[in-house]
Write a protein that binds this ligand. Structure first.
Ligand SMILES: [Zn+2]
Length: 96
């Protein structure tokens, strides 16, 4: 069986629209009044259903490409934002 994602609405395999997008994972600081902060960066693939246009991000690497505890994280994040187009950098808030 293919590892391609399937669009449930259309019951068709999705197409990989872009490899190696950057996904930023954020986290809530201990003080809930504070805004989410950058936690980790991941490389993944963007898939799209050609019929309905629904998109998903999947195919994450084995580990993050950058983490907040690393001294270079802020620089890695800025470089990723600049290097990716607006369609290649995604910030994802942790679910609460
Ligand atoms: Zn679809």
């Amino acid at each position: 069986m293919s590892r391609q994602p399937v669009c449930v609405a259309c019951l068709k395999f999705m197409r990989c629209e872009r490899n190696d997008v950057t996904v930023e994972e954020t986290m809530q600081p201990p003080d809930p009044a504070q805004p989410h902060v950058s936690y980790r960066l991941w490389q993944a693939d963007l898939w799209k259903c050609e019929d309905c246009g629904h998109q998903v991000i999947t195919g994450f690497g084995r580990g993050p490409s950058s983490e907040m505890h690393q001294q270079t994280h802020d620089e890695n994040r800025k470089r990723a934002v600049v290097a990716r187009t607006e369609r290649g950098f995604y910030t994802v808030r942790e679910s609460s």
